[in-house]
Design a protein around this ligand. Structure first.
Ligand SMILES: [Fe+2]
Length: 345
């Protein structure tokens, strides 16, 4: 009981940070028997703040898509359920316990002005990676730099040298809370991203030993060399890890699986790259948001407004890289070098 009340307290802090006030409608969406305790905690927290709240529970089971285990995205239990979707559109803040990311229904809900906060990680991770004071301001500085840039380049001692032309897509911050109408965020987070022009990503990405491939949820032990031309992966070369990645991508039978998705960097100073080695927790936001990493990804860019809606999405936090915007260094050898973006040590 004490644990539950502690979690209600944490959810209340989250709702306050997300701008919930008396009279705002807070909806919760869940699937099957997953995270029902989260739904109860958020409803209790919303009631403390005088916010009317309700919970839409969708059927679970396999075949519903949106699987967190593989982090396949796109189809969700909301697909083909317009009545449930309509109910969620009536809210000001939607707590998403399903992980609706990249789904058409999420876009529809946001278009009505509803803001969405996805919450799927274990409670310990939510607590440990609760937004840090000042972090939003540091992320916002990065957002400004990225918005102004027309070229993003990533290099590494392992052989990565890839360039993204940036003329098309918005820059998306993830603060770990959400007080912005019509926007999406994810607790926990602490990074930012954009996307390269669909035909504007070229070069080589070397996924080095110690980097992580999601959804494998494993550290790479042998280098994987990806050749990217005009925004498409044209070659995946290496030993065992490359073989696995090549087979995984091919299993979708979808040419769009070879597209390039978001690119950005982590800024959460409490996130540990080693989290996966110590203990597998949730979907790995810690490893994605690790301070100074570069988060490279492949597959869909629909969330940014692009045309690629493939279900094959691979996230790869790259360590030890340098990242330059229009030739100006932002990260050097895995460390953020822009003073306004540096975390207090
Ligand atoms: Fe991703």
């Amino acid at each position: 009981m004490t644990d539950f009340l502690d979690f209600v307290d944490l959810c209340e802090r989250q709702l306050r940070l997300s701008g919930v006030h008396e009279g705002e409608r807070v909806a919760i969406v869940s699937k099957g028997d997953e995270r029902l305790d989260y739904a109860d905690a958020f409803m209790a927290a919303a009631r403390r703040l005088g916010a009317p709240t309700y919970h839409v529970r969708l059927p679970g089971g396999s075949g519903a898509g949106g699987s967190l285990a593989s982090l396949q995205v796109g189809a969700t239990p909301l697909s083909g359920n317009p009545a449930a979707t309509e109910a969620l559109k009536q809210s000001d803040l939607l707590i998403d316990l399903v992980f609706l990311l990249f789904s058409a229904e999420q876009m529809d809900i946001q278009a009505t002005g509803t803001r969405i906060l996805s919450v799927v990680e274990p409670v310990e991770v939510l607590r440990e990676m609760f937004p840090v004071p000042g972090q939003k301001e540091r992320i916002d500085h990065g957002v400004e730099l990225l918005r102004r840039a027309s070229e993003l380049r990533v290099t590494s001692p392992f052989g990565t040298d890839v360039t993204y032309r940036l003329n098309t897509f918005p820059v998306v911050p993830e603060y770990g809370f959400n007080d912005r109408p019509g926007e999406w965020d994810h607790w926990p987070s602490g990074f930012l991203f954009t996307g390269g022009d669909e035909d504007g990503v070229d070069g080589t990405v070397v996924i080095a030993p110690g980097d992580i491939v999601f959804p494998f949820n494993a550290y790479v032990r042998t280098p994987i060399t990806l050749t990217v031309e005009h925004g498409r992966i044209v070659d995946v070369r290496g030993e065992l890890d490359a073989l696995l990645l090549r087979e995984y991508m091919a299993s979708f039978g979808d040419p769009d699986a070879y597209g390039i998705s978001h690119i950005g960097w982590g800024m959460h100073e409490r996130a540990r790259r080693t989290s996966l080695a110590v203990d597998f927790k949730g979907i790995g936001m810690e490893a994605r948001a690790t301070y100074g990493n570069v988060l490279f990804s492949t597959g869909p860019n629909g969330e940014l407004g692009g045309s690629n809606h493939t279900a094959c999405h691979v996230d790869v936090p790259l360590h030890g890289c340098s990242l330059l915007l229009d030739g100006e260094p932002v990260i050097v050898d895995g460390d953020i070098v822009v003073p306004e973006m540096k975390a207090a040590q």
